[in-house]
Design a protein around this ligand. Structure first.
Ligand code: ZN
Length: 548
């Protein structure tokens, strides 16, 4: 009794002092939330190219906004669809179901693309086969869905990207629109999941041949080529080539490459210019941030990813792409200041994943890195499994760094799945470049460091993930063409992402406290005073919500 009376007022005082962010009596929200996901942007790119960023782009986010300097992805695999789903659901593949860009339905063996939906039709497409996309495979709500529900669908939500998945998944299940690029026509398209025909302003935009204008002068460096001191020399064996080119150096003849292969456009910084230009049209077309309710625009700048995949992070092409994106962002923020009003909009900028350094770049400097040959490895594994279990091709694929078994066959013939997995793990663990192979159902007892274990579990969806997870050595990855780079692993180069909030009362600051990608959606929820998405496992970031 005595102890209670002593401690109670003490605890009360601490609780009162510690609670800076008191509940509000009248709900205040920004007019517009803009979520910008820079595809494949590593956190260190904020600093690496910093000296040549202008005042109004990345540096404005850093000087006016709040930077979470240690934002980490907390699941596997670090791929585009998974990242976008996590950012906007606050959840992980285990719960939200987006376990890769592609996956194999384990019970049927069917291959699935994350946003493929054959029950819908493309809208604005030339071929009936194109644009059959929707968010139906996403199992939980997004922050954009929650905003729509919280305002009784008065809020408008729009998703934009060159990539279908990066427009569709962030915009959630009930947006006003999601638009992505159709390479064959150079037009922004959508699907009948959203609408029966394109809005007039999209059709109008599509008629203006923006791509031809953007590539009219080819792609040369923004500044003198020799001033690209953050990058390697221009001609490198680890860089890819555009269609029709014989070297990997500037200037790139994009006009010619585009003639040969339409998708070449994506592999230029002008893809980001095109996306942000179209985003402006969407703001005006839907009058985003100009109504009574809070609207939400999601933008994925995908070209950083395409250029990164082709040339690797140490190329002049990547440096030039970030310097140009910086200018495009400056222009876009000025546009928002003008049309929506400075402090009326809240921006957050992050990435869906990072990227490894190119393997040949690493090797040139004596760093540990090597190409994995998973096809050869899995072929040998199938021979061993056949000898033991008398069945052909028990392993179907190594997709998403998981061993995907022939589950229909294993279930039908009642094969000893535990024994098959054990043989698989025993074999793979002994292969060069494999750090761990683990039967996920036995991960509790596996000798794997806790942080990696947690990421494997978060990333594992029983119906959509392969049953054995493989972790390659640091710096090792599958390199089909031996050029460029990729991402997907747990390593910091793939999972340490930028995360900045700016505008609408966000105070300038930064924190080195570790936060996770799953914390982004609940932070936005807290700022907007709306329910967090229904699969959310993250927490509001205190530095951001308390710093207002
Ligand atoms: Zn991506």
């Amino acid at each position: 009794m005595k102890r209670t009376t002593f401690f109670f007022p003490f605890i009360f005082i601490i609780a009162t002092l510690g609670c800076k962010n008191t509940p509000v009596t009248s709900v205040k929200r920004p007019k517009l939330v803009v979520g910008i996901v820079v595809d494949q942007m590593r956190w260190d790119f904020l600093y690496r190219y910093n000296s040549r960023y202008g005042k109004g782009g990345f540096k404005r986010l850093m000087s006016e906004g709040f930077s979470c300097e240690n934002a980490m992805i907390n699941y596997l695999p670090a791929y585009t669809a998974v990242g976008h789903s996590c950012i906007f659901t606050g959840s992980v593949p285990s719960i939200n179901g987006i376990s890769g860009n592609d996956w194999i339905e384990q019970l049927t063996g069917k291959s699935v693309y994350c946003t493929q939906d054959n029950t819908v039709q493309g809208v604005g497409v030339n071929s009936a086969e194109d644009g059959k996309m929707s968010p139906r495979n996403l199992l939980s709500t997004t922050i954009t869905d929650e905003l729509r529900m919280a305002t009784n669908y008065e809020s408008k939500v729009v998703g934009i990207s060159l990539k279908d998945r990066a427009a569709i998944l962030p915009a959630g299940h009930s947006p006003n629109g999601a638009f992505w690029l159709d390479d064959s026509t150079g037009r922004f398209i959508t699907s009948s999941y959203y609408m029966q025909r394109l809005p007039y302003w999209v059709e109008d935009y599509n008629r203006q041949n923006h791509i031809e204008k953007l590539i009219a002068n080819g792609w040369n460096t923004l500044y003198d080529g020799n001033s690209y001191t953050e990058s390697d020399a221009d001609e490198q064996p680890y860089e890819g080539k555009f269609a029709g080119e014989t070297t990997t150096s500037f200037p790139h003849n994009i006009k010619e490459a585009y003639k040969i292969k339409k998708s070449s456009f994506r592999y230029t910084p002008f893809g980001n210019s095109f996306t942000l230009d179209f985003a402006k049209e969407a703001v005006m077309g839907y009058q985003l941030g100009m109504g009574a309710s809070t609207d939400f625009l999601t933008i994925n700048c995908a070209s950083t990813d395409y250029v990164g995949h082709m040339f690797g992070p140490n190329s002049r092409e990547v440096e030039d792409t970030y310097l140009r994106l910086d200018k495009d962002l400056e222009d876009f923020f000025s546009f928002l200041d003008d049309k929506v009003g400075k402090d009326n909009y809240l921006v957050f900028m992050t990435a869906d994943h990072g990227a490894a350094n190119a393997i040949q770049y690493m090797q040139k400097h004596g760093m540990p890195a090597e190409f994995l040959n998973s096809k050869q490895m899995l072929d040998s594994l199938n021979i061993i499994l056949k000898q033991k279990f008398k069945v052909d091709t028990l392993v179907k694929s190594g997709m998403n760094s998981q061993v995907n078994f022939d589950m229909p066959r294993i279930n039908r013939d009642r094969l000893d799945f535990d024994a098959i997995k054990k043989t698989t793990v025993d074999y793979l663990q002994q292969q060069p470049g494999i750090l761990y192979a683990v039967d996920v159902s036995k991960i509790g007892v596996a000798a794997i460091p806790e942080p990696i274990k947690k990421m494997i579990i978060n990333g594992y969806n029983f119906k959509r993930s392969g049953a054995v997870q493989v972790i390659a050595n640091p710096g090792w990855f599958e390199g089909y063409g031996k050029t460029g780079t990729t991402h997907g692993a747990w390593y910091p180069y793939d999972t340490h992402i930028p995360l900045l909030f700016m505008g609408w009362g966000i105070r300038h600051g930064s924190s080195n406290a570790t936060v996770h990608m799953t914390d982004i959606a609940p932070t936005i929820s807290a700022l907007l005073h709306i329910q967090m998405p229904n699969g959310c496992i993250g927490e509001p970031i205190q530095g951001v919500v308390n710093n207002r």
